[in-house]
Write a protein that binds this ligand. Structure first.
Ligand code: KG4
Ligand code: ZN
Length: 334
């Protein structure tokens, strides 16, 4: 077989996902079984429930993924799986499935870092040009990562407290919006105005680090104080004000890093990359700049296995192989 076919598995949080990736850049199938409905009534992901759903879904998702790609296990060259970071019980289901398949079908096994996956979602759009800067914004991560070559990641800045998506979800909860809150705030923000001038943490400081917990507290205090005075606060205005602060900080720091490192490409990755306010602000900021901006379509921003397959393709070419002792690592560093 002259083509490389990778079966990728992702179960780090609340999506049971598998994909077949051809030659690193072509998606033959990309199946995502979402558990959002099961976690909604708890206002967040319940790890125990997530694990149970992964177990129930994993063989169904595998069959569907192979069927949609029109291949069998015999055609697969390697099996890739997210080894971390994430919820340990959730990761374990994917890792166990990947190891069983690798053993039963005698295929090479590749462990993938979840964030490398988010970054490589962009290689499904376009070939990478180095050096490149990646803005990673998800439920668990907010990082600026520099790459000089494939598979090599240098974190130049990261959040000191809450991740951007985490701040979105917590603020949404405060506004009584359903889980996951990010898309809800995004939608509301488009109807509101920036009436509350929240501070932009660390924006002018000489660091690429971020901080979002103060902003979250500021939103809560503003709501609380208004309540005490018996005033109505518009959720849309609050969402717009919160989002303006987050987007301003992300775009300002990213712009500074793009300039300092003179990168060829800026790629945006992770669930919060789906944010309309952020996408618009980045496009506006970089229209006249000499850097190519890549942002995946929405279904490749949030968790999926196509991105894991894209990252694994390069690792496979570079000769990386995991043994059958591969283990889930909830706090794996990139
Ligand atoms: O990458 P992801 O699917 O899972 C993690 O690896 O964390 O990211 C999920 C996060 C959640 O916090 C969710 O609220 C946020 O991404 N998110 C958004 C939007 N869509 C998803 N945040 C802001 N605006 C959105 N449109
Ligand atoms: Zn993710």
């Amino acid at each position: 077989n002259e083509h490389q076919l990778i079966l990728a598995i992702e179960t780090s949080c609340d999506e049971t996902a598998m994909a077949i990736i051809k030659d690193g850049r072509e998606v033959l199938s990309n199946v995502v079984a979402s558990q959002i409905e099961s976690h909604k009534r708890f206002g967040g992901v319940v790890p125990e429930i997530a694990s149970r759903h992964h177990i129930e879904q994993i063989t169904v998702v595998l069959e569907e993924t192979l069927k949609q790609a029109g291949i069998t296990m015999d055609d697969v060259d390697a099996i890739a799986v997210t080894e971390g970071p994430g919820l340990v019980g959730a990761l374990l289901i994917g890792v166990s499935a990947a190891k069983s398949l690798a053993f039963a079908h005698q295929k090479p096994l590749i462990g993938v870092h979840h964030i490398a996956g988010h970054i490589y979602a962009n290689r499904l759009l376009k070939e990478f040009e180095f050096p490149l800067l990646s803005l990673v914004v998800s439920g668990g991560h907010t990082e600026l990562i520099l790459m000089d070559e494939h598979g090599q990641f240098e974190v130049i800045g990261e959040t000191r407290d809450d991740a951007a998506g985490e701040a979105y979800d917590k603020v949404a909860k405060t506004l009584n919006l359903p889980y996951p809150g990010g898309p809800q705030i995004d939608r509301l923000a488009q109807e509101g105005e920036e009436r509350f001038p929240f501070t932009r943490a660390l924006i002018n400081e000489d660091t690429y680090d971020f901080s979002f917990s103060g902003l979250k507290t500021a939103v809560m205090n503003t709501l609380h104080n208004a309540q005490q005075r018996g005033e109505e606060v518009s959720s849309a205005d609050m969402a717009a004000s919160f989002q303006a602060s987050v987007v301003d900080v992300l775009v300002t720091k990213t712009y500074r890093a793009v300039k300092e490192y003179g990168v060829e490409q800026l790629i945006v990755a992770g669930g919060v990359a789906a944010n309309q306010g952020l996408r618009k602000a980045l496009h506006e900021k970089f229209t006249n700049e000499d850097v190519e901006v890549l942002i995946p379509p929405l279904h490749l921003c949030t968790d999926n296995a196509a991105m894991i397959g894209a990252a694994a393709s390069i690792a496979y070419e570079q000769g990386h192989r995991a043994g059958l002792d591969l283990n889930a690592n909830p706090s794996l560093s990139i």
